[in-house]
Design a protein around this ligand. Structure first.
Ligand SMILES: Nc1ncnc2c1ncn2[C@@H]1O[C@H](COP(=O)(O)OP(=O)(O)O)[C@@H](O)[C@H]1O
Ligand SMILES: [Mg+2]
Length: 361
């Protein structure tokens, strides 16, 4: 197992700072994800770790060894790409054996290692097939086996599931995660898909314009995003502009959307313009009087008007508007019975500790 350390890593293309002064540590055996929108520098950063792209400033370390000037083939990394990059003129087994031939591993050992690698990705029976006879999911398994067979210290993935359909994506990400755990490999995984990142990662680094915006475990990134950018990127949230009306000890009252929200665990000054991030699933529809006049004991509720409901099976998505017309999305459990139709008033309870307040810029 190998820890990876990046110190002040920078890379420009002309005037574009693709990666801008990134420092981070990936622990031994950790599944670490670089997440961010297209063009934020994920691939460039991963390729610098692999050795396919030169580092302009800064240093990269595998354990105690500085590797940023070491050629790619001597870094002991395996890499899996979005395009399967499988050789069409070699069989499945031939593809997997390729890296071992280049390393001059003997025939008997090659056979044993190829068989083991193929078995680990559930392709034990398909060694003699040709790539054109395989599905996309199987091709990506070949690519994974090919990167595993060299017994790399570090496994790198660049959007490996992006070309697969949704069902296969969720299946293969579980397999990748289990394989990485079993083998105890340190993995750096690039994706722009926040659900995928949440599902597989020990920790996530959210990137924006070449920089790391926040690093943390999935729950922390999702529940307590450090910036409004991270909050909006990590799944849908309601981002409501508002103004602080009162500060009362640990609680702040914010007027937003024509309603009053109480927020805990935040700091601010009366009169400050702010943004409130309220996740749709942190609100609940309270059984109350249909005019929305009743309030919960702690007063942590607002009234909204239902505009449209979308029944999605497990969940029910409610499109509502606050008193001044500001849209507010609410996710209820699909099993919950909600009688109101369009135009009806809903009493929505919220958790003051789960609303995140950001300064408005
Ligand atoms: N070989 C290259 N030549 C010129 N510009 C590049 C090259 N590779 C990446 N870039 C630029 O660097 C930025 C980051 O790209 P990339 O690392 O591919 O982002 P991501 O993988 O997050 O989509 C983008 O603005 C991209 O256009
Ligand atoms: Mg990319």
């Amino acid at each position: 197992m190998t820890a990876i350390r990046l110190e002040g890593v920078t890379r420009s293309y002309g005037a574009v700072r693709a990666v801008d002064d990134v420092s981070l540590t990936v622990n031994e055996g950790e599944f670490f994800t670089l997440l961010g929108p297209s063009g934020c520098g994920k691939t460039t950063l991963l390729r610098m770790i692999a050795g396919f792209t030169d580092v302009e400033h800064g240093s990269i370390w595998f354990g105690a060894r500085r590797i940023d000037a070491v050629p790619a083939h001597r870094r002991n990394t395996g890499m899996v790409f979005q395009s399967y990059a499988v050789f069409p003129n070699l069989t499945v087994a031939g593809n997997v054996a390729y890296g071992l031939r280049a390393r001059k591993v003997g025939r008997a050992e090659t056979g044993a290692r190829v068989a083991r690698a193929l078995a680990s990705v559930q392709l034990g029976a398909l060694g003699e097939r040709w790539p054109h006879e395989l599905s996309g999911g199987q091709l990506q398994r070949v690519a994974i086996a090919r990167s595993l067979v060299i017994e790399p210290a570090v496994l790198l993935f660049d959007e490996p599931l992006s070309n697969l359909d949704a069902q296969l994506r969720t299946q293969l990400r579980v397999e990748i995660r289990q394989l990485q755990r079993q083998l105890g490999l340190t993995a750096v995984y690039v994706t722009h898909d926040q659900e995928e990142a949440l599902a597989v990662s020990d920790r996530i680094a959210v990137m924006r314009a070449g920089r790391v915006e926040q690093v943390g475990p999935p729950e922390a990134i999702y529940r307590t995003p450090g910036t409004a950018f991270v909050a909006e990127f990590m799944g849908s949230t309601n981002m409501l502009p508002g103004r602080i009306e009162a500060v009362d000890g640990a609680e702040i009252a914010v007027r937003a959307g024509g309603a009053m929200f109480r927020v805990q665990g935040a700091a601010g000054t009366v009169g400050d313009p702010v943004l409130l991030s309220i996740r749709p699933e942190t609100m609940r529809v309270l059984a109350g009087d249909a005019d929305g006049r009743s309030v919960t004991e702690d007063g942590r509720s607002v009234t909204a008007t239902l505009v449209l409901r979308e029944f999605l099976g497990p969940t029910l998505r409610l499109h509502t508007v606050l008193p001044d017309g500001t849209p507010l999305r609410v996710a209820a459990l699909g099993g919950q019975e909600i009688r109101q139709g369009a135009g009806g008033a809903l009493l929505l309870g919220y958790d003051a500790a789960q609303i995140i307040l950001y300064p408005a810029s």
